[in-house]
Design a protein around this ligand. Structure first.
Ligand code: TRP
Length: 338
């Protein structure tokens, strides 16, 4: 079977875990928005069922799901062009996940590094859902026969597992039903690091709020955080090589390039030789001009969540036009009477 027998379709998911930041924007949301006009049908999912594999306060989960949806829209995902859903509102995800629980092997799941990291030494106390997490992720993707899945490097192993599940299903039932999905892995340039420590990823769990730019920060806060970002004492280099062993300088240049749709080479050609005293205000201005409208739109959407809820309900209706026939066919293949 070749993947080309399937129409190209993009699917990606993000956990609604609250506190969206610049790393989520540049690493995922902005890339999704930039790809939107390529004419490929795209589905973006808030994976609320994945979120509860670890404890979530119900009120927080609702808020985070809506906030994530607002983040997608504010970043430029147009609900008239792409399908925006929350996972639990499209029941076929969980239904296909059960079938995949019966296809995937315990050994495969036990080898997942994310499981090992998250369950840690006390796997006995982890939820069964956390162990089965990657089978639900495979279902998210394959219930759409999605062919392309943009994700971060840390999700590569889960996508390989998705291919293994599709291949085993096709083999066991003697069909060519599920596509072998292509990972579209984000480049290092879009990996945004902490503003306080250039060797750590920007993260919502960093205790220092100054380490990240939140999608809920106002313009003044954004500018202040950039002006206070950690740097070294040297001027900026004119060549990429000169960023070696300068993680903070590299991070700020990366952020500038990503926000301005330039390559790092292009940025350095312009700013090489500048001191941070000159570069940081320019970056702050750029960040405010690009992020300001996004954070503003997020606050507008969060002020009246009825619009978000409508968009998600509409997305679910559109999604189910794709997922219901694929689940029906899957049940037929497996031998369910219906
Ligand atoms: N596991 C992904 C993450 O933590 C989120 C996710 C769930 C996902 N289902 C997906 C990503 C399907 C891509 C496709 O980032």
């Amino acid at each position: 079977m070749t993947d080309t027998t399937f129409t190209p379709r993009v699917f990606s998911g993000i956990q609604p875990s609250g506190d969206l930041h610049l790393g989520n924007y540049l690493g995922a949301l902005k890339r999704f928005a930039d790809a939107q006009d390529k004419g490929v049908q795209s589905i973006y999912c808030m994976v609320d069922l994945h979120a509860i594999t670890v404890w979530q306060d119900p009120a927080d989960l609702k808020k985070s799901t809506r906030e994530l949806c607002a983040g997608f829209i504010a970043s430029g995902i147009d609900p008239n062009k792409s399908i925006l859903i929350n996972q639990s509102q499209v029941p076929e995800h969980a239904q296909l996940a059960w079938i995949f629980n019966c296809v995937a092997r315990m050994g495969w799941m036990g080898r997942m590094t994310q499981w090992k990291d998250k369950a840690g030494k006390n796997a006995e106390a982890a939820s069964l859902g956390l162990f089965a997490y990657p089978a639900l992720m495979a279902a998210d993707i394959l219930i759409y026969h999605a062919t392309h899945v943009p994700v971060g490097e840390d999700q590569k192993q889960h996508l390989e597992l998705t291919r293994d599940i599709a291949a085993k299903f096709n083999h066991d039932y003697g069909v060519d039903f599920f596509p072998l999905t292509e990972p579209v892995i984000e480049g290092a340039a879009t990996r945004v690091m902490s503003l306080r420590d250039g060797s750590k990823k920007m993260s919502k769990s960093d205790p220092s709020d100054a380490s990240r730019i939140n999608l809920t920060d106002d313009a003044d806060t954004i500018a202040k955080k950039i002006r206070k970002a950690k740097t070294d004492a040297d001027a900026l280099p004119s060549e990429v090589d000169g960023l070696k062993d300068r993680p903070e300088a590299r991070n700020l240049v990366n952020i500038f390039a990503a926000l301005n749709d330039q390559t790092v080479e292009q940025v350095l050609a312009d700013v090489g030789g500048q001191q941070f005293g000159t570069f940081k205000p320019a970056l702050a201005e750029l960040a405010v001009s690009k992020m300001g409208p996004i954070t503003q739109e997020m606050s507008r959407l969060m002020a009246d969540t009825a619009e978000i809820d409508r968009i998600l309900a509409h997305g679910a209706t559109q999604a189910r036009e794709i997922t219901a026939p694929i689940l029906k066919k899957t049940y037929e293949i497996v031998g369910m009477v219906g």
